[in-house]
Design a protein around this ligand. Structure first.
Ligand code: ATP
Length: 199
């Protein structure tokens, strides 16, 4: 699996629709200071469901929307689409190409789309989990992050390694199953109470 293309529109310093195509292997984005290189990685993180404005260097989520400048009016929405090559079937979807799109309007409305179909954030995270991509993944290592990982507490570092090894998805599934079991046990207890009273 690899990132095939990234399309930005109204995102940070990209008011116009801008498509970046990537091939397999290493791609390098070069440019002068402040030209928007880090905005490109912010866009990748954001499209994959990042919920913390701080993680993408903003104060509020609306900061991702182009705020005007260089004679251009501010955009009303930000939109980013990632296209992933899934010909090796890494993502659990029966498509050779998977598109993930996220949009946010200035009024706070937003949406996610998987291959064009509207979906929930949880669906995007589910597709990406176990791949090393997605929220809190290690696919984007920002400046200063390497030092933070090296100096993190052993417990936090273990979580990182488990997530990288793909255990995070199963941990979440186990938690969901435990909650479901607890709810079912509650229902059973209630049914037994009712039966006992009816005797
Ligand atoms: P460096 O090499 O110094 O790390 P960079 O190429 O990574 O720089 P970025 O940090 O990606 O640059 O881009 C910074 C630029 O993006 C700044 O000029 C900033 O004004 C602009 N920018 C960020 N958010 C917005 C926004 N919402 N609207 C318009 N411009 C924005």
């Amino acid at each position: 699996m690899h990132l095939k293309s990234l399309t930005l529109k109204g995102f940070k310093s990209f008011p116009d629709r801008t498509k970046l195509a990537f091939g397999p292997g290493v791609s390098v984005v070069v440019g002068p200071n402040g030209s928007g290189k880090s905005n490109v990685t912010d866009a990748v993180l954001w499209a994959m469901g990042e919920q913390s404005p701080l993680a993408i260097r903003g104060q509020s989520m609306q900061d991702v929307i182009f705020g005007g400048g260089h004679g251009r009016k501010a955009s009303q929405s930000a939109e980013v689409e990632l296209v992933l090559d899934n010909s090796d079937g890494t993502l659990e979807m029966e498509f050779a190409e998977v598109s993930i799109m996220r949009r946010l309007d200035r009024n706070g409305d937003g949406e996610y789309r998987l291959n064009g179909a509207r979906c929930r954030l949880a669906d995007v995270l589910e597709v990406l989990s176990d791949t090393g991509l997605g929220k809190e993944s290690h696919s984007v290592i920002s400046q200063g992050r390497v030092e933070a990982i090296v100096t993190s507490k052993p417990k936090d570092r273990r979580l990182l390694i488990e997530e990288a090894a793909g255990l995070g998805k199963h941990r979440k599934r186990r938690r969901r199953a435990q909650l479901k079991l607890a709810r079912t046990q509650d229902n059973l207890d209630r049914a037994l109470d009712v039966e006992r009273e009816a005797r």
